[in-house]
Design a protein around this ligand. Structure first.
Ligand code: SAH
Length: 340
């Protein structure tokens, strides 16, 4: 049995052709699956019975089991889902004035080992399959009875360490008759797998890219983000430049503010030097403290001073408002708690 939510348009068309069905039926199927959210092929009314039986035999229409749901005062909702192999994943729904966005998990655990991050405390057990990525959005729409408009691939895991599945996922959620998440409303965040940034730049979907930078020099970045030893800043910046030239898109730079670690006046200036002249937008993020980690959130004063200095140096910068910090929204915290 195949997982129907793992099928791209091309795969559906191939399947239809090999079953002597018209390729346009792929559009009908997408509509039934992603709009009507059928739970059985029997619900389909515009296809022949024989073909529906064939679909029933070939495909399973999966869902994810909801284990628990935490709702924050600001409307952020965190879902803990159980996969068929009993692994647990987190998906987060955020409400904004422009719509609903979902933060998607890409791996069970993570191997990137960032020093400040809760997700990395549990090693990667496996990549999520395409259908498990797609289902996170579908389940949230079903459970909340809403239409998701934005997707951020910023949950547990490193999306570029699960590149092919993430790419097929992006294609699937983008289909106009399906979930129809506009490519400009999708952002993929990476800790800096440089070779994949080049591949991603050459991919023709107009999806946004965010880079988790968090340090303005190699010495500090090596300490808090081990990936930097494989791909140092010089190579990372070169890849970002290539991406910008190739796609003509602005890149988001994420920078968590860690008290006395990366949040001083000197760091702000170093960061401004590093990013000078690049078409980037810096998103300063208040750190969500993790009890097992020594890092602290920067003070309000330090965060504002950092922001002001970057502004003074003419960079595009915002200080992210936090969401859901009262519900362990920092990546991996809900999952960690349940595994304990
Ligand atoms: N692996 C990818 C995507 C997942 S992490 C990446 O590194 O970009 C998503 C973002 O959350 C990253 O910028 C990550 O550094 C940040 N993050 C991790 N732990 C955090 C915490 N405790 N508080 C705030 N941001 C955190």
């Amino acid at each position: 049995m195949e997982h129907i939510y793992g099928y791209t348009l091309e795969m559906l068309k191939d399947y239809l052709l090999s079953n002597s069905e018209k390729p346009f039926r792929s559009n009908q199927l997408i509509e039934w699956l992603y709009r009507h959210k059928i739970t059985s092929f029997k619900e389909i009314t515009n296809m022949k019975k024989d073909f529906l039986t064939k679909l029933e035999n070939d495909f399973v229409i999966d869902n994810l089991e909801l284990v628990t749901k935490q709702e924050s005062l600001d409307g952020t909702i965190k879902f803990l889902f159980r996969l068929a192999d009993y692994n647990l994943i987190e998906t987060v729904l955020m409400k904004h004035d422009y719509g609903y966005s979902v933060c998607v998990t890409t791996q069970v655990g993570c191997n990137m080992g960032c020093a400040f991050c809760a997700s990395g405390m549990k090693k990667k057990l496996r990549n999520l399959e395409v259908y498990e990525l797609v289902l996170q959005i579908l389940m949230v729409e079903k459970l909340q009875n809403i239409k998701v408009s934005h997707v951020v691939v910023m949950g547990i895991g490193e999306p570029f360490d699960n590149y092919d599945n993430v790419l097929n996922f992006l294609k699937i959620i983008n289909y106009p008759l399906g979930l129809e998440i506009g490519s400009r409303h999708i952002t993929v965040s990476t800790c800096g797998l440089v070779d994949k940034i080049y591949t991603y730049a050459d991919f023709d979907l107009q999806v946004n890219l965010a880079i988790s930078l968090h340090a303005p020099n190699d010495k500090l970045r090596n300490e808090i983000m081990p990936i930097n030893k494989a791909y140092p800043l010089k190579e990372l910046i070169k890849a970002i430049k290539y991406y910008i030239e190739k796609t003509n898109r602005r890149v988001t730079i994420e920078y968590i503010l860690l008290k006395d670690v990366n949040d001083t006046y000197l760091h702000a200036n170093e960061l401004a030097d590093l990013l000078h002249g690049l078409n980037v937008y810096i998103n300063l993020i208040p750190y969500n403290e993790v009890k097992e980690k020594p890092f602290k959130r920067s003070t309000k004063e330090a965060m504002h001073a950092f922001y002001d200095q970057l502004k003074k140096r003419s960079l595009n910068v915002t200080l992210r408002r936090e969401q859901g910090s009262d519900i362990d929204a920092a990546c991996g915290q809900l999952r960690s708690k349940h595994i304990e």
